[in-house]
Design a protein around this ligand. Sequence first.
Ligand code: C2E
Ligand code: MG
Ligand code: MG
Length: 714
Amino acid sequence: MDSTTISSNGFTGNAGEVALLNSCHTTAKARILVVDDERINRQMISCIMEDLGHDVVPAASGEEALEVMKANEFDLVLLDFSMPGMDGFDVMDAMQDDVKLMDIPVIMVTASDESELIVRAFSQGASDYVVKPVDAAVAQVRITNQLNLRQAKLELWESQERYALAARGANDGLWDWNITSNELYVSPRWREMLGYSDSAPITVDKGWMDSIHTSDREKFERALRNHLDGYSKHFEMECRMKSSGGRFLWMQWRGMAVRDQDGVAHRFAGSLTDITENKTADPLTGLPNRVQFMDRLQRCIEVARRDLSKSFAVLFLDLDNFKLINDSYGHEVGDQYLKTIAARLIETTRRGESLVARLGGDEFTLTVEDIDSPQPALAVAKRVLRILSAPVRIENQEIYPGISMGISFAEFPDRSAEDVLREADTAMYEAKSSGGKCFKVFDPVMQQQARKRLNTENELRRSIENNEFIVFYQPLIDLKSGLMCGYESLVRWNHPERGVLSPFEFIDVAEETGLIIPIGNFVLEESCRQLMKWRNQSDAFDDIRCSVNLSRVQLHHFECVNWIESAIEKTGIDAASLTLEITESSILDRSGRPAETLERLGDLGLTIALDDFGTGYSSLSCLHELPIDVLKIDRSFVREMLTSSQSEAIVRVILTLADGLKLKVVAEGIEEETQHGFLKSLDCQVGQGYLYGKPMPARELFEFCHKRNSSTAT
Ligand code: C2E
Ligand code: MG
Ligand code: MG
């Protein structure tokens, strides 16, 4: 059979035509898989394809075709549709399920011009078809079309990708890395950002990889490998790069690999954006942020390591009651306040010797550098406290800044920047715990305390889940009648190993972490429920009132009133039987949310008591303006009132004041008969203390009440 004869069910071929067609099309040499169960057809088609300069691999069945396709790369498949076993449709199905094969164009070869079959083949993903007997010229045109189309698609995708990256911003630098040849193109803007001249040779190893900060390099390389291996769709990375001048800049990389049909990346292109400013400046105050501060600390440490006489200190500042100011006056005033503090901090320091930064929220830091003793840093600390403490006036509000400050000295050269900062933070915390408005120098003992606190916090979280809290009840005695008139509910932590713990062991941590909210709500509900239970059991509880402590954290929360309403609703207690005890410090500001919350609670018919009265800073006007019904004289005055004339005077003043303001008074901490007698003689209405009864479990209080109220004579 020569090449121009026609086979009955095969191919017609004409070498001349084919050669002409071949010269018209510029398709590069392609790898073509010819699948046909008829040997003669396979040979014919293969022969012509080879004449056209293509590489041909024949396959005699659908099964064989798939096997060969999986093991090799093909640009096109000529597929006979009617084959025994796996037919053309089955092969196409299998190809659609394989990412490696799904994009290969398939030209189907059908025995006849059956339109139904052709439509079905197209719907299954065939790119074109030829009918047996196949005309060589027609087949070649169709093959070439498909190959050209495929090439165009690839090129379009590549150029679109590159265009998209380029369009992302003229301000960005662009790069394009040909992975196969390892050639790197970087745009003029790329060079400019990093300070390289137009002629400086930039390669992947030199100028790119080696300029990435050593601390970021591993992360960068890992992300790059992941992307090139196909595990991430886009490459995105923020890292520091050293400019030719030696300065580190924060750069954002965005890019995408161009892959061949096997998913192998052969090109990687993208953009580079300088984000140093966003990364290192605090947008509100314009001060350097944590990132820049840590960089500076790192440099200070390196200097100190080289020259031990060049030490430095870190000052860590936190504003006292900032949250209160934000909540009471609003965020705009809060922002203004932070800006004023930032400006004052800059004033207190000499440029170059210190770096002032805002770490976030109300936390500021500054370095005091090039010092050989603690003295200069202590002097700066005092100056900062003095200058920052002057009142700040914003929109008719006068704010008296309170600053808590911690100082750490870089005494041991082996510590990291994080260590030094953490120590200053720990010392600041100590300053705050001791009442604020002062500074503390870090001492390793503080670290232990901080660890203990963290431990308590973790344990507290666990204990809430395990319901380890219980409520004790301490009787309140009507001093005139001697009868029990109420009780104060006091929380206890029934610790699985340490036994029953006093609130002093955990209340502070619970307040700092917000865990006081679930704990406080539990105490509130439990004590209301308990009173209702007692009232059901005995008439003796009809007039008994229940007092619950409300933490400043609860009082400042916008849900506070809801929680209390819900406890009342759930337990069925009447609001008039419930007293909430708040401390003076929680109503430091007489405006804002706490005041509003108190008003609403008063409207509900609840009684509000000011706890530990006399120890805080409440002014007379505060008692006037807020809906307070009861003052609880702090037990420190009761303890000393018979031995210290000052304490006695305070107790007398409080009672007189309360009388004038029509407030009721409860005296706390009565331990002796003489104290009881003295308070009674001054017409103090209610007493609480160990003399009558310590805080006790519910069952004991029930008995206490019965015993006391049935046996006590007036
Ligand atoms: P507080 O509200 O002033 O409660 C009175 C504290 O004085 C109780 O301490 C009580 O046991 C103690 N006390 C009473 N009488 C005497 C006495 O005669 N002598 C002496 N030395 N102490 C007496 P406790 O139970 O250890 O509670 C300490 C503080 O913890 C409470 O002071 C309160 O501020 C807080 N607290 C207790 N339970 C809760 C709670 O459920 N929520 C909140 N937010 N705070 C609570
Ligand atoms: Mg109390
Ligand atoms: Mg108290």
